[in-house]
Design a protein around this ligand. Structure first.
Ligand SMILES: Cc1cc2nc3c(=O)[nH]c(=O)nc-3n(C[C@H](O)[C@H](O)[C@H](O)COP(=O)(O)OP(=O)(O)OC[C@H]3O[C@@H](n4cnc5c(N)ncnc54)[C@H](O)[C@@H]3O)c2cc1C
Length: 529
């Protein structure tokens, strides 16, 4: 149908939405679909025999906003998924200086507060990149960065609300938020809590292995065929089948490898006992052939050595872990997980939209997978559900192009972490400017000429000036440090900045030391109701 001057797009009817896979990706996508498409039939197909990966126990602050949309309280997850709070990531030994060599990439959710007068909340939490430029080399990061100071004291960016004016069911309202945070969780427990919530909300769960599918004349998938002979009718599919990546294999979708840049490709997980105090951060410890994550849950630390399997094997990785710990930990699996870092060139084809591990996985260093391949990517279509109905290849092409751009951004940022100048093994020697991906070079080139400004990152979806500044400062990038010195000489607002910096430091120190509550207190309160 065409009205005068208006070209109407051809639409497809959508009644049945199917999610293939019941891991974190599958259930998060299914719950979002149920939230925004409440009248449609939403079905999750998952296989008990294949199971879920179970790795990936930390995320980014976007998870909290996503849980808000899904109306899943953090307190429920604290009670049922072994959840702890995450204020950011502590990088240890990245300059090859042992345990005393550390810096944080904190979650700073309130933007750059140097620009204007802001509320106390924004002022304190938003430790901006500009203060990393004013800070002195001899100052520790926890002297000027609020979130870092909290981490070092096992505290979270919350303060108690003393005069509670209203009573609410959710215990989180006993606290006033003073910054962004995310969660650590037991991946298996999280998937099962999400599955339970989903089924209570009317999502249909089908157990079985999908082995084939049917299409209509135009190539749109119309049903999924299970091993047991069952068939599930569908109008739109979210492929969340994890590393099996069911549809990308059937469709022969091209994989864009990042292995020439990011060289870790395996992870050996292990568990260790929890200490007395539960840290509110993930620790990423640099090792000889990669790095190790240490994620605190309430009952244990979930850890893993992420390494390059072309350089060492599982046994050597295990030995390096034992040497680091001084004892043998619990190994939840015999063998390491393996992957090829990269992503699908076209995760959206016809009426199949791929999310989670099946769409891509570069590596877990910044815990970006849930954010960039599930939350952000899913919101792009389910936040604009009309896109699912449109039969327009141009729309799909635009989406796939923006996906590729975003994945390259993540690869470039992660690459920069490894450029600390360590040369103690072949692994570290790889991380030079010459081997860097284009996105990393783009920012390293700016940094080689001058200090970053906010607008350098204007087309960035994920990591901006604060993140790049924290990492380059942390790995003691010479040019970044030199730019600070130039900044001291040439910046005419310097006296103003210095004065502001002194008062700022006092403020963040007193709020962190006297107002913020401990991680334990927060977790205990979440469990009270
Ligand atoms: C070592 C490692 C560390 C990680 N760390 C992080 C991190 O810190 N932060 C982060 O955000 N992410 C991390 N990730 C990624 C994380 O695992 C994923 O983001 C996500 O949580 C789980 O992925 P998924 O749901 O896509 O896949 P899975 O959990 O593997 O689920 C796949 C589902 O598909 C089903 N399935 C597959 N094929 C079929 C079929 N043919 N028929 C029926 N069902 C099928 C399976 O049964 C399962 O239910 C990490 C990954 C690895 C490997």
């Amino acid at each position: 149908m065409e009205e005068e001057g208006v070209q109407l797009m051809e639409l497809r009817d959508i009644r049945d939405v199917t999610i293939l896979g019941g891991g974190t990706a599958g259930w998060l996508v299914a719950l979002y679909a149920k939230t925004v498409l409440p009248t449609k039939k939403i079905t999750v197909i998952e296989s008990d025999s294949i199971g879920i990966l179970g790795a990936g126990e930390g995320s980014t602050p976007q998870l909290i906003s996503f849980l808000d949309i899904l109306q899943i309280p953090v307190s429920k997850l604290v009670k049922e998924a072994d959840v702890t709070l995450k204020n950011g990531i502590k990088f240890t030994n990245w300059n090859n200086g042992g345990k005393s060599d550390w810096f944080y990439h904190p979650f700073v959710g309130y933007g750059n507060c140097a620009a204007s007068e802001l509320s106390l909340e924004r002022y304190v939490a938003g430790t901006p990149a500009i203060f990393s430029q004013v800070s002195k080399e001899e100052e520790r990061q926890d002297e000027w960065c609020f979130i870092t100071r909290l981490c070092e004291q096992n505290k979270v960016p919350m303060k108690s609300i003393r005069d509670q004016m209203y009573s609410v069911d959710n215990p989180i309202f006993q606290f006033e938020k003073m910054g962004s945070f995310s969660l650590h969780f037991n991946a298996k427990k999280l998937a099962s809590v999400l599955a339970e919530i989903g089924q209570d909300r009317g999502i249909v769960r089908v157990e079985g292995v999908v082995e084939d599918y049917t299409t209509d004349d135009e190539g749109y998938v119309t049903s999924l065929k299970l091993e047991n002979g069952e068939s599930v009718k569908t109008d739109f599919i979210f492929d969340c089948s994890g590393f099996k990546s069911f549809f990308s294999k059937k469709f022969n979708t091209k994989w864009i490898s990042a292995k020439d840049h990011l060289t870790v490709n395996s992870a050996m997980p292990f568990f260790i006992d929890m200490d007395v105090n539960i840290p509110p951060y993930t620790e990423a410890v640099a090792m000889k052939y990669g790095w190790m994550w240490i994620i605190p849950l309430q009952s244990r630390y979930g850890c893993g050595y992420v390494f390059n399997s072309d350089m060492i094997d599982d046994e050597q990785a295990k030995q390096e872990i034992i040497d680091f710990l001084g004892y043998e930990p619990e190994w939840p699996r015999e063998k390491s997980f393996a992957w090829e870092p990269g992503y699908l060139e076209e995760p959206w084809k016809k009426n199949v939209y791929t999310a989670g591990l099946s769409a891509g996985f570069v590596e877990p260093l910044e815990a970006t997978s849930i954010w960039t391949t599930i939350i952000d990517w899913t919101s792009a279509i389910l936040g604009n559900t009309e896109l699912m109905y449109i039969k327009d290849q141009g729309v799909i092409d635009d989406f796939n192009a923006s996906w590729r751009k975003n994945q390259e951004e993540v690869i470039g940022f992660i690459y920069a972490h490894y450029m600390s100048g360590r040369t103690d093994t072949e692994f570290w020697k790889h991380y030079t400017y010459e081997n860097a991906p284009a996105k990393a070079k783009q920012y390293l080139d700016i940094n080689n000429k001058r200090a970053f400004v906010v607008n350098d990152f204007i087309d960035h979806a994920f990591f901006e000036i604060d993140s790049w500044s924290y990492i380059l400062l942390g790995i003691r990038n010479e040019k970044f440090v030199e730019n600070h010195r130039l900044f001291e000489f040439y910046n005419f607002t310097r006296p103003f900045m210095d004065q502001r910096y002194v008062s700022f430091k006092k403020l963040i120190q007193s709020v962190a030391d006297f107002e913020a509550i401990s991680h334990e207190e927060f977790l205990e309160k979440m469990k009270e109701q």
